[in-house]
Write a protein that binds this ligand. Structure first.
Ligand code: CMC
Length: 392
């Protein structure tokens, strides 16, 4: 457009200070509240990490039990919210439904708005628990199957998988390997400092808008293909290579390098990481574990691995420090779990929720809290007058 900005995409703007997440993009380090991502993924479950992000410390045994209990208490949706599902068209993208339902929570549960200092755990568990239920109901509606209600005897991830895959005919038997893998994937998504959607959540919240409204906006930001939407795009790209190029990766690599072609290798590159994304490394290992466990021979995994190998050996990608990011291997794992492609970004949103909430709280309660209001460099016309003969 010819518009010159001081810092396009805020690539060099530090908008705040934060105690939550540390990234070293050169060394490929990611830590939540000081803990390495690999260790958290290995030793904790998703709710522990959600608690850590929001409170700053891992829960003790009794705190863990109380958090889990609150999660159960707040897992149901108001029955009135179910009617909304009947009005969305069958082809509605689940991210649009998720965002609409997230802001709708503020009409059914306005107390969060009027009591902003309500116990943090209630706020957090309400959102975490209900967003999971919304996501599973969205899937059931897409499938035309009866909705499955949350069960208090199941863990957070088991509950989600049961709400997704239980049918009266086939039932659903929790699989510990799949439940563990889901916990790990959600942990990998849980926060990533001032990324696009978190900045949006904070920008909306900075005006004093309520948490549900801020989260709903964050879900919309995450949906974009350059952000969380990339996990859906990765699978669609791999499917195209399989179907249209007979598994040959050359055309895609050539297109990604062609400056006259807007195509990008999806799941590659990152604003901050100039080396292998530490989340991608863990995601790749989880992917192999799940695929081996299920005995699911996915030809897309083979294509992905060949694509990664070719890109990492290619001068174009080397010169620009382009490596696989978190979205490269997560989609193949979600696919093996039976989650449909158009719900991959919903999974990312469920995972990112604790990070959004933690950052929203840090901003709202912090001494740096000011309304987000960047400036611009005006490069339009100088003052002029409407011509006396205009539309005469
Ligand atoms: N394929 C081909 N070329 C690429 C790619 C890619 N995936 N990513 C970056 N480049 C090139 C880009 O064309 C540019 O080249 P040149 O210097 O010759 O103009 C150079 O690398 C720098 O790219 P950029 O667009 O300035 O980098 P950015 O920091 O603005 O964008 C990004 C980061 C993640 C949006 C970008 O790498 C991208 O579009 N990747 C594909 C989409 C994707 O996988 N997104 C998920 C990101 S991780 C999870 C998340 O954030 O949700």
């Amino acid at each position: 457009s010819g518009l010159i900005t001081y810092d396009p995409g805020y690539a060099n703007t530090g908008s705040c200070s934060s105690n939550i997440t540390f990234i070293d993009g050169e060394k490929g380090i990611l830590r939540y509240r000081g803990y390495d991502i690999d260790e958290l993924a290995e030793r904790c479950n998703f709710l522990d990490v959600a608690y850590l992000l929001v409170h700053g410390f891992l829960p003790k045994k009794d705190e863990r039990a109380a958090f889990s209990e609150l999660m159960n208490q707040h897992s149901m949706l108001h029955e009135g919210m179910r009617h909304f599902y009947d009005l969305f068209p069958d082809h509605a993208h689940p991210m649009a439904t998720l965002s609409a339902m997230a802001v709708t929570l503020s009409t059914f549960y306005p107390e969060l708005e009027s009591h902003p200092n309500e116990a943090i755990d209630i706020m957090v568990t309400r959102l975490l628990s209900k967003v999971r239920t919304i996501a599973a109901f969205t899937y059931k509606k897409m499938k035309g199957q009866p909705i499955v209600y949350p069960r208090p005897d199941l863990s957070y991830c088991e509950n989600f998988l049961n709400m997704m895959f239980y049918t009266p005919v086939n039932g659903y038997k929790p699989d510990p390997v799949i439940t563990r893998a889901l916990n790990q994937l959600l942990i990998l998504h849980a926060d990533h400092e001032q990324n696009c959607s978190s900045s949006v959540v904070k920008s909306v919240g900075s005006s004093g808008a309520n948490l549900y409204a801020s989260i709903s906006a964050g879900i919309c930001a995450l949906w974009g293909p350059l952000h969380g939407g990339a996990n859906q795009q990765v699978i669609e790209m791999l499917e195209k290579i399989q179907q249209e190029d007979n598994g040959d990766i050359t055309r895609v690599i050539d297109r990604a390098k062609d400056k006259d072609d807007p195509f990008r290798l999806m799941g590659f590159g990152h604003r901050v990481y100039k080396t292998y994304d530490p989340r991608a490394r863990v995601a790749k290992a989880i992917c192999h574990k799940v695929i081996d466990h299920l005995g699911f021979k996915d030809p897309l995994l083979d294509i992905a691995q060949r694509l990664e190998e070719a890109a990492l050996a290619d001068r174009y990608f080397k010169e620009r420090n382009l490596y696989p990011n978190v979205d490269f291997y997560t989609g193949i794992t979600y696919r093996a779990m039976g989650i449909p492609t158009n719900m991959f970004t919903v999974m990312f949103a469920i995972g990112r929720l604790p990070g959004w909430i933690a950052q929203w709280l840090e901003m709202r309660d912090g001494s740096e809290h000011r309304i987000y209001r960047p400036r611009q460099l005006y490069v339009g016309p100088t003052q002029r007058s409407v011509d006396v003969n205009w539309v005469k």
